[in-house]
Design a protein around this ligand. Structure first.
Ligand code: ATP
Ligand code: MG
Length: 256
């Protein structure tokens, strides 16, 4: 791994980039995953690389949904496995949601590498190798486990493909997405759209799960019932436009 000095102003962002590169070298992340990370970075730059208040609000509602679910599942792709292997296992433990590996660029070798990687970070049971059910889409993210995503009532899909997100919603599942782009088809079709970097969202969600795990059902339900996803999407766009305006002014570009 390239050494990045801690005092570098973009330290966090560069370290995240290094983790995705390492994921590719380990054979758990696809090369296309590097490009997806780049798209994410652009939106994160516009957000100021921080968790905005409405993203934290979405993360809390998402955890309440996972805690209330009968059969919650966390879908794991190559970028997620490279970026947050330890905290995604903690989130699974804290909420009782099973982990299922699901890949756009699917191969049995990659599925098993990711399962081994998650197990080396403490996971006991990881789904995704059976692939004995299919969603109604014509690429490999359609392949799921019958006892996992196929039968789930609540699914957390970090860095999801827009098609599959829409399909899961149409199947009547509650879908929680983590996607830095508030305008992606994924963000606009999910029930809960977390507009935050997965590297911040998952640790925040682990903390919310610790805080809420002993809450009563009606307390969790009231978190869910008062949730407004439109507010989350519009405030992410507002924050980005404010950031653009303020940065333009800082750089001496007149904002007209
Ligand atoms: P859609 O199909 O929903 O319109 P897309 O084609 O833009 O989305 P992909 O390129 O398939 O999406 O997937 C990458 C998505 O994941 C992008 O929207 C990108 O912003 C987001 N993303 C990438 N890295 C991260 C990250 N570290 N944290 C959160 N989101 C990320
Ligand atoms: Mg896409």
């Amino acid at each position: 791994m390239t050494r990045i000095p801690v005092e570098h102003p973009r330290y966090e962002s560069l370290m995240t980039r290094e983790s995705v590169v390492e994921g590719v070298q380990m054979g758990i992340t696809s090369r296309q995953g590097l490009i997806a990370q780049g798209r994410g970075e652009t939106f994160d730059y516009l957000l100021g690389e921080r968790t905005i208040a409405t993203a934290a609000y979405a993360e809390r509602a998402a955890v309440a949904l996972l805690l209330l679910a009968q059969n919650p599942i966390i879908s794991v792709n190559g970028n997620t496995a490279a970026l947050v292997p330890g905290t995604i296992v903690s989130l699974s433990d804290m909420t009782g949601a099973m982990l299922e590996v699901n890949l756009f660029h699917r191969s049995d070798a990659r599925i098993h590498k990711i399962i081994r990687h998650l197990k080396s970070h403490g996971a006991v049971n990881v789904l995704g190798s059976k692939g004995n059910a299919r969603l109604d889409i014509n690429h490999d993210r359609a392949i799921v486990d019958e006892g996992g995503i196929y039968g789930a009532d609540v699914v957390l899909v970090p860095l999801e493909d827009g098609d599959r997100c829409e399909t899961l919603v149409n199947m009547g599942k509650i879908v929680i997405a983590i996607d830095l782009n508030p305008l992606s088809r994924t963000s606009s079709s999910a029930n809960v759209s977390i507009i935050d970097n997965i590297t911040r969202a998952i640790p925040n969600m682990v903390q919310f799960a610790k805080d809420m795990k002993n809450n009563k059902i009606d307390e969790l339900e009231s978190v869910v019932n008062s949730y407004d996803n439109n507010k989350v999407l519009s405030s992410a766009m507002y924050e980005m436009s404010e950031k653009l305006k303020n940065m333009s002014i800082e750089r001496g570009i007149e904002w007209i």
